[in-house]
Design a protein around this ligand. Structure first.
Ligand SMILES: [Zn+2]
Ligand SMILES: [Zn+2]
Ligand SMILES: [Zn+2]
Ligand SMILES: [Zn+2]
Ligand SMILES: [Zn+2]
Ligand SMILES: [Zn+2]
Length: 358
């Protein structure tokens, strides 16, 4: 084998396969490779832009971060939110509610709302007066005030996916929003504004995706001229809503009065937050690749060969296994068995060759 290094850019797949090999047992439902990749991507996107090691408290009210609520440590009757790092250290054995992400929030871990202190950041004010809370912090969602997952879900809500309102950030059942099924099932239905937020912020009604108005108020004000009556139900706005939203002086002052300026601030949308997360993970991955490659550079040629051979074995065992998996098929215990056999055979072969070398 030449001393040339193998560039490792399939790190994620390797990690997933190893994870799958470690946890695979016969009764466990197996996952398709696509599902594995999708899950990893979603987790990276939500968590990637948040710090897993340092409490976010010192950053103040963070525009957007992954948040949790601890049902074990929060004082009865209080609501509190905890950053990613605190959820992993201070509350690792607690009963937690995953809040996905929330905007403009400062970590409450260890303050006057909690039964215990924070291990990561001792110096905290007793209260974060700018934080806002809703029933999500108690693990409840929607106008129906139900938990998710919902063990006693009523049959009419069983097929409902939950959708997040971009204004109040609560999650809603389509049924409870009284939005038509055909609208809910549309792939590109855009972003949701819930019933309560629509009635509070009349200005947003102009931007309903169902509004056929093409004329704007004037050349300066780009708000649609007329709106349609949505009645007492939720509505969708286009994916490009934040860009489309007119920010002329008059519209801006309306948004300001309604405390909605965050809609035209940069970095508020989930999409932007997720992009930052992805970029961070990609940067970390390429850093790992560089570290591995520089490690290889510093080894003597024998060491280089050993590692390169190990990577080669792992890769070829994975490709044998993937070869046996049909496109979009499932990785089953049988496939994992093929992977293990191939890896064992390679290691055996390597040992034999080493004995011959000696
Ligand atoms: Zn924290
Ligand atoms: Zn806790
Ligand atoms: Zn903490
Ligand atoms: Zn509901
Ligand atoms: Zn809302
Ligand atoms: Zn305007």
């Amino acid at each position: 084998m030449s001393g040339e290094q193998e560039k490792i850019n399939s790190k994620k797949i390797v990690e997933q396969v190893i994870q799958n090999v470690m946890t695979q047992n016969d009764d466990e439902a197996s996952m398709t490779l696509e599902e594995m990749e999708k899950q990893q991507k979603e987790a990276d996107a939500v968590l990637g832009a948040s710090d897993a090691d340092n409490c976010s408290y010192s950053k103040g009210y963070v525009a957007r971060q992954a948040l949790y609520s601890c049902l074990t440590c929060t004082i009865d009757g209080e609501m509190a939110g905890i950053c990613l790092a605190c959820s992993l250290t201070c509350h690792k054995d607690c009963e937690m509610v995953e809040l996905y992400t929330k905007r403009n929030f400062r970590c409450d871990c260890g303050n006057s709302k909690m039964k215990r202190g924070c291990d990561l950041e001792k110096n905290k004010e007793p209260i974060n007066s700018n934080n806002t809370y809703n029933h999500n912090y108690k693990g409840l969602y929607c106008t129906c005030d139900r938990p998710y997952p919902d063990p006693d879900c009523p049959p009419e809500l069983e097929d409902d996916e939950m959708i997040q309102c971009i204004i109040c950030e609560d999650w809603y059942h389509g049924t409870c929003l009284k939005i038509e099924k055909s609208m809910l099932e549309k792939e590109d239905n855009g972003e949701l504004i819930c019933i309560e937020c629509i009635s509070k912020h009349e200005h947003l009604q102009y931007y309903n995706t169902l509004n056929p108005e093409t004329e704007t108020v004037s050349e300066k004000c780009l708000r649609p001229k007329t709106k349609i009556d949505v009645g007492n139900c939720g509505m969708f706005v286009k994916e490009s809503f934040r860009v489309d939203l007119c920010s002329c002086d008059l519209c801006k002052s309306v948004l300001n009065e309604d405390s909605l300026l965050f809609l035209i601030a940069q970095g508020d949308s989930m999409e932007e937050y997720e992009d930052i997360g992805q970029e961070k993970i990609e940067a970390e991955n390429s850093q790992t690749d560089n570290q591995i490659n520089s490690l290889l550079n510093n080894l003597d040629s024998r060491g280089q060969q050993e590692i390169a051979y190990g990577i080669h074995s792992l890769k070829s065992a994975i490709s044998s296994m993937l070869g046996a998996v049909e496109d979009g098929g499932e990785v089953t215990a049988d496939h994992v068995a093929i992977f293990k056999r191939k890896l064992e055979a390679d290691i055996e072969e390597r040992k034999k060759r080493r004995r011959l070398d000696a």
